[in-house]
Design a protein around this ligand. Structure first.
Ligand SMILES: [Zn+2]
Ligand SMILES: [Zn+2]
Length: 145
């Protein structure tokens, strides 16, 4: 079921070249997905909700129109946490990996955790959301406005 110990340890390569989609998966490999290009954005989010949900200093998201994101295996293992009203974070209930974010604030979009991809996506991160909220222990220069 899982090739987690043998594949993907290097993370996603910088940029897709000529590819039309990128594959990804949770840590245990039970949940697998593909996201078809073009993406709408890739950005780092420093908001307190993302930080706590992922246990991380920030979360890098790749945003896609929802119909372009397809769960290809393990859909039954996905669980949903409503982290704020009408905001849903979907994760693998077997290993806990947070994969997807959907919110009424961005209707029709699915934001995919960039770290979950095995393949490169179609753009580099473009910016920082909620940069002013970044944790004090992250070496970080506020981007120019
Ligand atoms: Zn998993
Ligand atoms: Zn966030």
């Amino acid at each position: 079921m899982s090739d987690a110990t043998t594949a993907g340890t290097t993370g996603a390569a910088p940029l897709a070249r000529g590819a039309s989609q990128a594959r990804g998966r949770c840590h245990c490999g039970a949940v697998r997905f593909v996201a078809r290009f073009p993406s709408r954005f890739v950005a780092h989010c420093h908001c307190a909700s993302c930080r706590r949900a992922h246990g991380a200093a920030f979360v890098t998201w790749a945003g896609f129109p929802s119909p372009q994101v397809e769960v290809t295996a393990g859909a039954g293992h996905l669980a949903t946490h409503e982290s704020s009203p009408a905001t849903f974070r979907r994760f693998c209930r077997l290993c806990g990996t947070k994969l997807f974010f959907e919110s009424a604030k961005w209707p029709g979009e699915t934001h995919v955790a960039l770290a979950a991809f095995d393949d490169p996506v179609d753009r580099a991160p473009q910016g920082h959301a909620f940069a002013a909220e970044h944790v004090a222990w992250l070496p970080f220069e506020l981007p120019a406005p």
